[in-house]
Design a binder for this molecule. Sequence first.
Ligand SMILES: [Zn+2]
Ligand SMILES: [Zn+2]
Length: 209
Amino acid sequence: MTLILTLPLGMTATNCYIVADEETKDAVVIDPGDEAGKVLDAIRRNALSVKAVLLTHTHFDHIGAVGEVVAATRAPLAVHPKELPLYRAGGGAALFGLPPRRYPEPDVLIEPGRPLRYGTLTFDVLFVPGHTPGHVAFYHAPSRAVFSGDVLFQDGIGRTDFPGSSYETLMHSIRQVLFALPEETTVYPGHGPATTLGAEKRNNPFLAE
Ligand SMILES: [Zn+2]
Ligand SMILES: [Zn+2]
């Protein structure tokens, strides 16, 4: 069975996800946005072996604890190359009047279409830009779960009023890429509660025809 832990972290309550194989304890951490202590506690409590830290995108509220989590787990950090300018600029923290922190350089540059395999966990990578230029989503087929960052929320969509954002690109990513997954897929978004693709296809006011 797959263990999926949701940890809303920091002042924007950004969801960090820990996905683990309950038998082998292999695990990945997705978007450790803040409060590294909470992430490391959850890893320790469940006796998990973290094989990678994955970023859906690199806004500051999704990367705040990357340095501490990578240092503590020694797991490789994976980022899409189109996110690197934003990442190296501290995730846009300056736009919000926050001081930029220093972050470790990634170990792996994500290539959409090439699955990420970590121990007994495999994720398909979907390229879903629009909110940011190199935004990706991680699909875990065995648990029918997609970790989709700030692309699609319950009754909402990602913001596109940032530099480098594009509303048309975001809509294409949602309709053509995310919605190509099965309707029963659970969406684990960057903020707020989990939902399903089917529910958002039917009910999301931003996606009404
Ligand atoms: Zn974002
Ligand atoms: Zn966010």
